[in-house]
Design a binder for this molecule. Sequence first.
Ligand code: G
Ligand code: MN
Length: 266
Amino acid sequence: MTSAAPQHDDATGPAVDAGELRRAIQAGELVPWYQPIIELATGAVTGVEALARWIRPGGMVPPARFIPVAERDDLIIDLDLAVIRHALVDLHRWQRLHPGFELNINLSGRHLDSPAGVAGVIAAVESAGVPARTVAVELTETTRPAAADQSTAGLDALREHGLALWLDDFGAGYYDLRDLIRLPLDGIKFDRTFTGQLALPRTAPLLGALTAAAHQMGMRVTLEGIETSAQASAGRELDCDLGQGFLWSQPVPAEQVESWFGPASA
Ligand code: G
Ligand code: MN
């Protein structure tokens, strides 16, 4: 799999203005780009993660510059929903060629604290004409939702409608081991920091034990940030189910996703 897309995670450049971002969301300038998710045992692409990108006439605005602005108020709900709706249209098209193809979407903690936010996601999935079980919600870790400590009603509603729930960036954010016990999860994604530290003697024992525990709890595990084939092999040895990272591809626009439908090379 080749990828020429540049990396866009740097936060340098002038701050974006919330009003400008609001206008851009309404104008459809916020679109999903996609990164493949690979079954480590077979190298098959099982689906994609949709990542918000702001493409405007002057060029691309890095997510590190607009996500924090959006998360300061409920703008993140509109932003997430715009990207999710767009991604569901792409998913519907891809599933005609590849039934069962999966889509991971990122949901800010703010959605879980807002009944309208959760309802919006469920309505978007129901009207998209895709099986809900092919859509996984990644709970992102930039904020800890109050709901994570109080009620799991939002998460339960998503799951009752058939969506899968994953913890994103696990081990390096706001969620902790208590959440693995308490939240109705289908899987966890190990933060890419750990992948970068696989050479340290304590990393593999820790990830291996957490992976075994996750499997015993009926969850699956993704290793994020895989950049080398040695890291992919380590992920297989740790019994991680899925992998994601620049080894296979950086996030790319929808047009490039079709080329991944065959087995991935890794
Ligand atoms: O928080 P989340 O895991 O959803 O973040 C996804 C971001 O991680 C994307 O913006 C993507 O560009 C970045 N990313 C994806 N794969 C890799 C990787 O292999 N290495 C690094 N450094 N970043 C990655
Ligand atoms: Mn994610």
